[in-house]
Design a protein around this ligand. Structure first.
Ligand SMILES: Cc1cc2nc3c(=O)[nH]c(=O)nc-3n(C[C@H](O)[C@H](O)[C@H](O)COP(=O)(O)O)c2cc1C
Length: 181
């Protein structure tokens, strides 16, 4: 079982990172092989809508997306993390998702995905558009959402560390992914 974390937050030591690390540690404890990338450390340009991919089958932009896709291909579970930014996902996460446009839908079918979504507001409804976006994308591509960690009420960098409820939930979810077939 190989699990890949994809962190869409640009913040070092941020809440997405803390919860993702806890989830990956749980999965590793349960026997999975884990790795993670941080999109803000990678060069993943936004889609240019040139439709070159529709003609040739691959994106005209040569950046870190090709390597990331090969990694994703090898992994059984993708953990996608983004904080809520302006009721939506971060620009880094959105640029990454937009690049899925050029990829054969077969690549995504039956892929297992997990979401980590921290947000400053204590009202979970603030994450409704991010949740709705993922729900629709996963349904469209035939993916399976196998877990979600919604973390309202964490605003400052590192705040999630003090939230034992969130850390425990992240670890518990991670352990459950470590053993799925
Ligand atoms: C540009 C920006 C926009 C934000 N927009 C929202 C928002 O609309 N709603 C909200 O609840 N929190 C918002 N926040 C707060 C973040 O969701 C919160 O700080 C989160 O814990 C950040 O996660 P991270 O530490 O992984 O980056 C925003 C933060 C930034 C920097």
């Amino acid at each position: 079982m190989e699990i890949l974390g994809i962190n869409g937050s640009p913040r070092t030591g941020g809440n997405t990172e803390i919860l993702l690390d806890a989830m990956l540690a749980g999965a590793e404890e349960a026997g999975a092989t884990v790795s993670s990338v941080k999109l803000s450390n990678l060069d993943v340009s936004p889609c240019r809508a040139c439709d070159s991919c529709k003609r040739t089958g691959e994106c005209i932009q040569k950046d870190d997306m090709q390597d990331l896709l090969s990694k994703m291909k090898e992994c059984d579970v993708w953990i996608l993390g983004t904080p809520v930014y302006w009721w939506g996902a971060t620009a880094q996460l959105k640029a990454f998702i937009d690049r899925w446009y050029g990829i054969d839908r077969e690549f995504f079918r039956n892929r297992k995905a997990v979401l980590i979504i921290p947000l400053g507001s204590s009202n979970p409804k603030t994450a409704q558009h991010v949740l709705g976006m993922f729900e629709d994308i996963f349904a469209y591509l035939g993916m399976k959402q196998i877990g979600i960690l919604l973390a309202p009420g964490v605003y400052e960098r590192g705040e999630a560390k003090k939230r034992s409820d969130l850390i425990e939930e992240a670890t518990r979810l991670g352990k459950s992914f470590g053993t799925i077939k």
